[in-house]
Design a protein around this ligand. Structure first.
Ligand SMILES: [Zn+2]
Length: 183
């Protein structure tokens, strides 16, 4: 079943001119997770975990934004309730190779979403010994969920927090995306 869903997902990608694109917008590529993990750990070695997180936070803003700005992105979610949109984006993430993600809490107003990931690509690299959470890349998901929520003419800015992480020895990773106070 999962293999069939994956094959179906692949039909949504475009390959032209030697370049892979998702939903007609952002350019994609298949990348080794060990390369991504090594890259993150080297950034941490040079500027520390807080600095590394800041790099991912800044870099993810444009990625999350460009992924959600394409016309086909809006068309894909048109007419769906927000909770279903969030579930679908988690499903797409799984098909893209980010691993299984489960929606464990959902509140529309004030907006709050809690997502659990049992097999993050980065978790094993730290062997449970990190001194804090390490799934910095998930801050990009905050930008995508924020775009999904703001399709309903809201003007939310989401705060991303990783409360549990396999990298520091937890059995799974858990991420909270909630509206910043004042929204
Ligand atoms: Zn984690």
């Amino acid at each position: 079943m999962m293999q069939d869903e994956f094959k179906n997902y692949l039909t949504m990608l475009q390959y032209a001119g030697g370049v892979l694109r998702s939903m007609g917008a952002d350019r994609y590529m298949l990348a080794s997770t060990s390369w991504l993990t090594d890259l993150q750990q080297e950034i941490e070695n040079i500027i520390g975990p807080d600095g590394a997180y800041a790099v991912f936070e800044t870099a993810s803003k444009s990625g999350g934004q460009s992924a959600s700005e394409g016309a086909s992105f809006a068309a894909l979610f048109a007419g769906m309730p927000l909770e279903e949109r969030v579930k679908l984006v988690l499903k797409y993430g799984q098909l893209q190779g980010w691993g299984p993600h489960e929606l464990v809490e959902y509140s529309p107003d004030p907006f709050k979403v809690v997502v659990r990931s049992p097999r993050p690509y980065i978790g094993n690299a730290y062997e449970g010994k990190a001194d804090g959470p390490r799934c910095y890349y998930q801050v990009g998901l905050a930008n995508v969920i924020q775009a999904l929520a703001n399709m309903d003419k809201r003007d939310l800015t989401l705060q991303f927090t990783e409360t549990k992480c396999v990298a520091k020895g937890d059995p799974f990773c858990e991420y909270t995306f909630e509206a910043k106070t004042g929204d």
